[in-house]
Structures are given as structure tokens and as C-alpha cells.
Design a protein around this ligand. Structure first.
Ligand code: ADP
Ligand code: ZN
Length: 752
């Protein structure tokens, strides 16, 4: 690029780029996508070059010079820069903020152009001694130096000093002496640190793909650049093998690279291990346990092409791989693919755009695809691939419903009723059977803490002072916690409203079930996995590894235990309360319940011993429960879709959520109304391209002391919504008082 003026995106909440001049003599070329250090308001900032500037500077205004171009390779290759621009446009987010979010933290700091890299001392040969005579002469009385010289030679002329000393069992003195003789030199080189590498990778299982797997692999190989495939495979149908065989082709036959997205690395160590078993050190695992420096190392290794597969959660979609051939999105229905803060992107959508830009193929995999993806596959926008059976002739587990309304005998004493509403007689008996046979069980309860809330007899619920939500009662240590803002207080013995003294706990949480299990099965090894037991970075993996080694009889947990686990000795799955979440005021609550129940049921019977599932519920007739019992995704779709047509919700059309929040309740309501009026006026001139619903208080009216109102926008024309929101977010004026804010969320995963 030879432009004298360039546009640079800076990480600021402003919808504009900044113009800088390109002076002579910069270290590296100023290319679109390059990181640059620029002066900005009396300090320096890191920006990204967008391209030659078309700005016309006003008379007398002189663009400031770029200070430095720190990287030899541009940070954003053309495909990634295009993805960044698409995201900025679609999610209506300043491009500088988007690009900043796509880079490792270490590359966004202006203070140091590159992060502190951990280095090691490397010994490198500088002189070749070709004949034995030369060696004899030089090392006459120094056999150790000769051995070091020859070892180094056999290792290709260079190796880490520490490694050499260990191999030879010699001292530093020998290294120094060799250097002093002038045949070698010590240099500092960066080390790649990846703690995942210290985790042993299992040996790859040798399996022959089934016919259905083979067909799917063949179809993927035939895919054209930019194609998206939806791989709908029931739980245990062997989706991972399909991904792996396709990637083998992409890497080894085509010499390309690949990205594998998983919902959460900590929860899917088994999936990650299977890729590592096959592709070894070609794999960079981008997990949340990495420090800034480690993340930077992994990023650089991918950029250099030293590693060719990036596995990670949603942000791995930005891995700086060249010649990208495939992007796999495993469990594509998971809501963790949506980023909860600006830019609020959905990694599945970004993956599809990136693949289009890079000429790669996308594979979306799930046993319970999102309705959006399913409709796209049915309309031909995506190619549909199916794995309808479990591999190896295995059957799906039989699912039994336990109707808690009749199961908990009306005439029984209160203690029995309390027990049986948590652990019904059939589920308890099934657990006993598994313990007797040394098989393992999973129990799902998607609610942490001991009791969901505490109330007085008159129904005054102990609530968070900062949020419109009840406090959850936790034991060990005993306290009340708000799950939204983490506000913590001691347990109240009297009602704060009416002074009543007999406070009651309501709604069971995982801690209470754990206590009950310990009482009922004193000899069983029970493990609990929820947010409270997994605060360490590797805590999830440790628990799951213990289950894999057979050291846990009953694993109890929240939705964390429902994802991707493949333990053949798990023959029983129990759902303590299927109704949690089914009545949330959100259009996706049925879909989420169906997905959760289907996924957790799918953990049972993955080995030759088969399996069984018990679902405890008070709404056995609900279609989310019924379809999970029958493992019938198609029926779920046919019952759920009509409900999304009127009033229309995705996938019938697209949504956006606009949340107005601030410290004063009335001011927030008024501001939301002004926003609605502002939008209503524009919408009236837009041919009904967009519909506005609201304003109304959000389902959770207050979080962290901020009152919240929202407006929902619906459209089937994406571009109209983009233009409307862009003008709203740049022109609508917020009142200065009460810390008023507007949040815009396109394609929200929930409207809470
Ligand atoms: P899914 O992700 O579809 O639920 P997985 O990919 O976890 O299923 O596969 C389930 C199990 O079946 C794994 O242990 C896997 O190693 C095994 N498996 C996959 N394909 C085959 C095959 N063709 N033959 C035998 N075992 C297989
Ligand atoms: Zn709170």
C-alpha cells in the first residue's frame, strides 16, 4: 500500500475512523489490517489500519504521523478484517471495538508493543568441524565439550541449554567452554507455553466409520468453499469422528487449517483430547486458563502456521489462521456462543461469515439443532447431513417419566413428601441398582445453592437489595447470595417486611440434593459439579477425569454435566426437576428445556451396558418433556414452530433487544418511551420493514441497582434494522442524569 493518508480504527465507542499520515522509514509496511501505534490525545494508542483514507482534511489541518508498525505480519489478514467490518455493521458496534475484541489482550496494549515473552537460552552452533582430525585437535583434553558439540550437531545445530545439560548430565561450565572456543553461541528465544500440553493426550481409538458417518464425511469433502453444513446426529452417533476425518482431509490432503469451536473448553476436555490424540502438536487449545502471554504465544503459533488447528470457545473464531479450510461449531445450539457484552456477536454467525470470506466449509453439529439452523437447513440455505443412529448398534436409552404430582403421595407424612419430591421412589431404586452393579449415574438439577429462596408464611420473599430477584440460600458457608450481582448477606431469621419468625426455604438446589444423597447412600462416592465447586481453572476437568477413572459413583450437577460427556459406564441419568426453566418469560424457554433434557438423557447408555433415564416433572404433558422422552427432535420442531409464527419470533423473523437502563425508575421509563417514539417515527417511514414492541419493563426489572426497560424490534429485512439502529445509536440523545445507558442486542439468545 502506498497511500500517504490512512484510516485507522481505534478501540473507542465512536462510530468513526481516524486519519493518520504514513511517514517514511517505518519498521514494517502499513497494510490494511496492520497494528499501528499512533498518537491520540497526548498519549499513544494501538489501532488497526482499515485502508487508504478518503477523508478530506479541513484547511490547515495536518494528519499526525503513525509512530510505529510493530508487527512483521499484519494482525488481521483480509478475511478477518472483512469479518470485523461485517460485525461492526451487523451488530452496530464501532469497528475499533470489534477489532479490539478479536485480538488477544496482550496485542491491544499501547504501553508495550508486544507482551513480555517468556524466553529460554538456546545454544547454537556457529562453526562446522567437518573432519575428525579437526575435532580431535580442538577437543583434545575436553571429551565433555566434544560430546556436547556432537549432541548439538545431531539435534540440527541448536537446542535449549537446559535440555542439553539434562541430556548429558554436564554442568553449565561445559556450555560456557564451548562458547569460549568460538564454535557455538547462546541466544535467547521465545518459548511457547501451553499448560494443556502437559495434559497427556490419549491414544487415538481406531474405529471404522459407519455408513452414515462415511456419507457425511464424503459430503463434507465435496463441499464448496463457503458452504455451511448442518450435521444433525443423535447423541452418541459419532459426530466427533466425522469432524476429525474431515479435518484430516483438510489438513493433510489440502494443506489447509481449521478452527473447532466448542461451547466451553472446561466442560469438554474429552472432545478436546480426541482432537489432540489425532492431530497432536498441530493443535492450539485456546482455553480460559491461558495467561495473556500464553494466549499471545498460541496466537502467534497459529499465525506463523506452526499450529494449524485452533480449538476454543467462541473467540477462537478469530484465530489468525491462513488457508482456512474448515470451521466446526460443535453443539451449535448452545447459547454460550453468544457474547454477553459488546460486541454482542454470535460465534456461529461469525463463523459462517468468516468461512465465506476465507473460502472455508462450516460444519454445525448438534443432536438438537437450534430452530434457526434447522429452518436454514430445510430451506436449502445449509446442507443437511444426518446421523440417525448410535454407533456400534447402540440404542438410545429408555426414558421414564416420574409424575411428581401423583408420585408424592398426598396422604404421606410431610417428611416423606419432602424426600419424595426430590428423590422419587423409582429414581432412588434405580440409583441403588447402579451402585450394586458398580455402574455410574448422573443427576441433573439446574439450580445451584441449597434452597432457591426464603420466604415468610405470608409470602414475603427475601430479595436482593440491588436486583429484582430473590436471594438464593447457600450452605457451607451459610449465606444468602444474589446470582445476578453476587450480593451476599447472612441468613435472616425474621421477615424484613412483617417480622414473622418462621421463615421457610423453598425450591431445592444442588447442595440440598447432595446432602440428601449422602444420607440415603452413605457408601456412595458423590461428586457435585456446579459454579460453586468449580472455581479453580481446572476444577471441571478434575471432576470429569475422576468420573472417567471410575472414582465417582454419582455425579450431581447443573447443566454443566449435560454437555458432550462420553462415559460408557454411565448407565443411569436422573433429572431431579425438569420444570425449572420451562416457564421462564422467554420465547426460547421450551426449546432450551427440550435441548437440556435431550442432551442429558443422551449421556446415558453410551456403552455396551445400555442405559436408562428418569425425568421427574409436574408437567409431563409439556411438549418439551414429551419430545425429549421420545428422543423426537422432528416432533419438537413441528410442535414448537407454529408457536413462533403468531406472534412472530425467530426463526420466523429476526429480533433485536434494546434495553434502556439507569438509576431512577421513572426516568428510565420515560426515556424508554422517548426511544420508542423516536424509533416509531422512523419506522412509520420505512414501509413496515420493522415492527416495534414495547416499551415495557424487562422481565428482571432491576439488576445491580439499575432499572431496566426494553423495546423489542422485529424484522425480516436485516438491512433495514441495521440502518435504523445505526441512526438511533448515533443520533438519539440520552438524558445526562441517572447514568442512563442504551444497550443493543441483535439476535438475542434471551430477552431477560
Ligand atoms: P456424539 O458427539 O455424536 O454424541 P461421539 O462422537 O462422542 O458422539 O461418539 C460416541 C462414542 O462412539 C465415542 O466414544 C466414539 O469414540 C465412538 N465412535 C464413534 N464412531 C464410531 C465408530 N464408527 N465405531 C465405533 N465407535 C465409534
Ligand atoms: Zn443482586
Amino acid at each position: 500500500m502506498t497511500a500517504r493518508l490512512v484510516d485507522v480504527a481505534l478501540p473507542l465507542p465512536l462510530f468513526r475512523a481516524f486519519t493518520y499520515a504514513v511517514p517514511d522509514g517505518l519498521r514494517h509496511a502499513v497494510e490494511p489490517g496492520a497494528r499501528v501505534v499512533v498518537p491520540f490525545r497526548n498519549r499513544t494508542a494501538i489501532g488497526i489500519v482499515l485502508g487508504a483514507s478518503t477523508a478530506v482534511l479541513a484547511e490547515g489541518v495536518v494528519a499526525k504521523d503513525i509512530i510505529d508498525v510493530p508487527d512483521e505480519r499484519t494482525a488481521f489478514r483480509p478475511d478477518l478484517l472483512a469479518v470485523g467490518r461485517w460485525m461492526a455493521d451487523y451488530y452496530v458496534s464501532p469497528v475499533g471495538m470489534v477489532l479490539r475484541a478479536a485480538l488477544p489482550a496482550a496485542l491491544g496494549r499501547a504501553s508495550r508493543a508486544e507482551p513480555g515473552i517468556k524466553t529460554q537460552r538456546v545454544l547454537r552452533l556457529t562453526q562446522e568441524l567437518e573432519t575428525l582430525l579437526q575435532r580431535d585437535a580442538l577437543f583434545k583434553r575436553a571429551p565433555q565439550q566434544r560430546a556436547l558439540y556432537e549432541l548439538l550437531e545431531s539435534l540440527g545445530g541448536q537446542s535449549a541449554v537446559q535440555h542439553l545439560i539434562e541430556r548429558l548430565g554436564c554442568t553449565e561450565g561445559v556450555v560456557k567452554a564451548l562458547v569460549k572456543r568460538g564454535v557455538a553461541t547462546v541466544v535467547l528465544e521465545p518459548v511457547d507455553r501451553d499448560p494443556f500440553l502437559s495434559r497427556p493426550a490419549p491414544a487415538p481409538k481406531v474405529v471404522t466409520p459407519s455408513d452414515a458417518q462415511r456419507d457425511a464425511i464424503a459430503a463434507l469433502k465435496d463441499g464448496a468453499p463457503g458452504d455451511t453444513f448442518l450435521l444433525h446426529g443423535i447423541t452418541g452417533s459419532g459426530k466427533t469422528l466425522v469432524y476429525i476425518e474431515f479435518l484430516r482431509h483438510v489438513l493433510h490432503e489440502r494443506g489447509q487449517s481449521a478452527i473447532v469451536l466448542v461451547p466451553e473448553i472446561a466442560l469438554t476436555p474429552q472432545t478436546v483430547d480426541r482432537f489432540r490424540a489425532v492431530f497432536g502438536d498441530q493443535v492450539a487449545v485456546l482455553h480460559s486458563g491461558l495467561g495473556d502471554g500464553e494466549r499471545y504465544d498460541a496466537w502467534r503459533a497459529l499465525q506463523r502456521g506452526d499450529k494449524r488447528i485452533a480449538i476454543g470457545a467462541r473467540s477462537a473464531v478469530f484465530a489468525p489462521l491462513e488457508k482456512l479450510g474448515a470451521i466446526v461449531v460443535d453443539e451449535e445450539h448452545e447459547s454460550t456462543y453468544k457474547q454477553g457484552e459488546a460486541p454482542r456477536y454470535h460465534a456461529r454467525e461469525v463463523a459462517i461469515v468468516r468461512a465465506r470470506e476465507a473460502g472455508a466449509v462450516v460444519v454445525l453439529g448438534s443432536a438438537t439443532p437450534s430452530l434457526e439452523s434447522w429452518v436454514n437447513a430445510k430451506s436449502g440455505k445449509y446442507h443437511l447431513l444426518s446421523l440417525p443412529d448410535r454407533v456400534g448398534g447402540g440404542a438410545l436409552p429408555k426414558v421414564n417419566i416420574v409424575d411428581l404430582r401423583t408420585e408424592v403421595g398426598a396422604g404421606a407424612p410431610p417428611q416423606v413428601r419432602a424426600l419424595r419430591s426430590i428423590l422419587s421412589a423409582p429414581l432412588e431404586a434405580a440409583l441403588h441398582e447402579r451402585l450394586a452393579r458398580n455402574e455410574q449415574s448422573l443427576l441433573l438439577l439446574n439450580r445451584r445453592g441449597f434452597a432457591n429462596f426464603v420466604t415468610c408464611p405470608d409470602g414475603h420473599v427475601v430479595a436482593c437489595p440491588n436486583c429484582a430477584i430473590s436471594l438464593t440460600y447457600h450452605r457451607a458457608p451459610e449465606r444468602m447470595i444474589c446470582h445476578y450481582c453476587q450480593h451476599t448477606e447472612t441468613l435472616q431469621v425474621t421477615c424484613g417486611v412483617c417480622g414473622a419468625e418462621n421463615m421457610k426455604q423453598r425450591g431445592v438446589g444442588t447442595q440440598q440434593v447432595e446432602r440428601l444423597l449422602n444420607e440415603r447412600f452413605p457408601s456412595a462416592r458423590v461428586s457435585r459439579m456446579d459454579v460453586d465447586t468449580t472455581t479453580g481453572k481446572w476444577a471441571h476437568t478434575e471432576i470429569l477425569d475422576r468420573v472417567g477413572r471410575g472414582e465417582v459413583d454419582i455425579l450431581l450437577g447443573t447443566q454443566m454435566i449435560a454437555k458432550g460427556l462420553d462415559f460408557p459406564n454411565v448407565t443411569l441419568v436422573g433429572v431431579i426437576d425438569a420444570d425449572i426453566g420451562i416457564n421462564l418469560p422467554d420465547f426460547r424457554s421450551s426449546e432450551r428445556t427440550f435441548q437440556l433434557l435431550s442432551q442429558v438423557a443422551g449421556r446415558a447408555g453410551r456403552g455396551p451396558k445400555g442405559g436408562e433415564v428418569f425425568i421427574q416433572t409436574r408437567t409431563p404433558g409439556h411438549h418439551a418433556v414429551q419430545c425429549a422422552v421420545e428422543h423426537d427432535f422432528l416432533r419438537f420442531v413441528s410442535e414448537e414452530l407454529p408457536g413462533r409464527e403468531s406472534p412472530p419470533y425467530p426463526p420466523t423473523l429476526r429480533l433485536a433487544n434494546v434495553v434502556v437502563s439507569g438509576l431512577d425508575e421513572l426516568a428510565v421509563a420515560a426515556c424508554a418511551q422517548q426511544a420508542a417514539d423516536w424509533l416509531g417515527e422512523r419506522i412509520a417511514k420505512m414501509d413496515d420493514a420493522v415492527t416495534l414492541v414495547g416499551p415495557a419493563p424487562c422481565p428482571i426489572e432491576r439488576i445491580q441497582n439499575r432499572w431496566r426497560w426494553h423495546l423489542v424490534l422485529k424484522t425480516s429485512r436485516a438491512g433495514s434494522l441495521t440502518r435504523l439502529m445505526r441512526s438511533f445509536l448515533t443520533r438519539f440523545e440520552l438524558p445526562a442524569a441517572h447514568e442512563m445507558r442504551v444497550m443493543f442486542d441483535r439476535d438475542p439468545v434471551a430477552l431477560l
